[in-house]
Design a protein around this ligand. Sequence first.
Ligand code: SAH
Length: 231
Amino acid sequence: MLLPSPDPAPRAADTYRHRGQRRALVAALRERGIRDERVLAALGAVPRHLFFAPAFEAHAYQDKAFPIGEGQTISQPYTVAYQTELLAPAPHHRVLEVGTGSGYQCAVLLELTPHVSSIELNATLFDAAQRLLGALRPPGGAVPHLRCGDGSLGWPGRAPFDRILVTAGAPGLPPALLRQLAVGGQLVIPVGPAHAQRMVRVVREGPDAFAREDLAPFRFVPLLGAGGWPA
Ligand code: SAH
C-alpha cells in the first residue's frame, strides 16, 4: 500500500539553522561598517530565505544580490542595510519605497516603522510581493500599502513622506519625489548611469531648499518610468 508522502516543510518555516545564518549575516554587516543597531536588528529579524524560490534558498544568507525573475534582483543585504541606515526611518515616519521587487526591503522597513508604502512597476513581481508580505505579516503586525505602478511619480494620495527610498538607479532626482517629501524629510536614491551610480541623499530643508550629498558608488537595476530611464 502506498502511504501518503509526509508534508513538505511548510514554506513559512524559519528554522534554528536559518536564524543562525541570519546572525552570521548580521555579524558580517557589522564588520562591513553598518552601525545602527535598529537596522541590524531589522535585518536580523526578517527571514530573507522566504523571499527566495525554495531551490535557491541556500543563497539567502550570503551577502549577495540575487535574481528574482523579470530581469530584476533582490538587493544585496549590505546594500539594504546601507540604504536603510542612511534613510534612518523613525517609528513615526511615513516611508515610501520605490521598487518593491521581492518585498524584502519593504519587510525590513516595516520592522522600523508601521507606516510603509511601496510601489512596484512590474505586475508579476508586484503580485508575488503582495502575496508574500501578506503571508509574513505577524498577527496584529503593520500592513504595508502596496501599489502596482510608476513609483517615479511617487504616491500623491499618501504624500507627504518623511522618508523616500528608491531601490533602482535613476538618471536624476525625480521631481515628483522631491515634491512629495515633507519639509525635514529625506530622499535616498542611487543616481547615475549603470556603471557610475552613486548613492545620493537629499534633505528637504525648506519648501524650496534641498541639500544634496553624493555618497558611495553602487550598482542597481534601472529605475524606469516618467522620472526614470526610457524602457
Ligand atoms: N527593493 C527590492 C529590490 C528591487 S530591484 C527588494 O528588496 O527586493 C528594483 C525594482 O524596481 C525592480 O523590481 C523593478 O521592477 C522596480 N522598478 C523599476 N522602475 C520602477 C518604477 N518606475 N516604479 C516602481 N518600481 C520600479
